[in-house]
Design a protein around this ligand. Sequence first.
Ligand code: ADP
Ligand code: MG
Length: 241
Amino acid sequence: MVLSCRNIRKVFGDHVVLDDLSLDVGEHEVVALIGASGSGKSTLLRCVNLLAEIDDGTIHLDGDEITDPRVNPDLVRQRIGLVFQSYNLFPHMTVLDNITLAPTRVHKRAAAEARETAMAWLGRVGLADKAKAYPDRLSGGQQQRVAIVRALVNNPRLLLLDEVTSALDPELVGEVLSMIRDLKGEGMTMVLATHEMGFAKQVADRVAFLDAGRVLEQGPPEQVLGDPTEARTRQFLARII
Ligand code: ADP
Ligand code: MG
């Protein structure tokens, strides 16, 4: 397993947000997290990236327990990329500087090597000509693709995508989804929270439906989206489709 979440509990005050949640993700697997707003999708992704601390349970990455308090979170985050809904590029820095900031400053990797990797990725996603541009010269879709490239330059074992198309105008969604599809084609292991059921159906190997901080049901997209077992899943799908 690349990722193994075991009996995770996360509370905010007296609100149980993740409740005995377990989820495994195998190598090259793409898992789509679906569920109502507030069901815990973002919290789960943040816990996996150690941006939020779990109250109980364990998370393993490639067999290493990353929730062990002795683990350095910065080292874990080099192995896990996370991209949020809003792309959060630094406006005063060029595309290339945005991408190479983390590898050169945080991970002390040689700047030249970081630039080379960044340019290679930009070329692969058709954005090489934007390397010297500032984010405000790019469309929302291009900015989000740059944010994904920024998460890829460390060669992560796992890429977490949290509603990465939700803030985009509808006509810009396609280019980001197509990039994610390409990453799947290259074997990237991904967990993505999404409201795009059509996309989940196309790209996910497995869909996990979160309800009140638990994985209520999971399985192949055709089954979970087309013929769900649980009444709660059916209700959710009826509301959003
Ligand atoms: P989703 O991404 O599925 O919409 P979230 O993980 O964002 O769900 O939120 C799950 C629940 O946790 C919500 O009720 C939300 O209000 C609560 N929550 C999330 N982050 C915090 C926080 N930092 N402090 C308090 N409550 C939070
Ligand atoms: Mg969310």
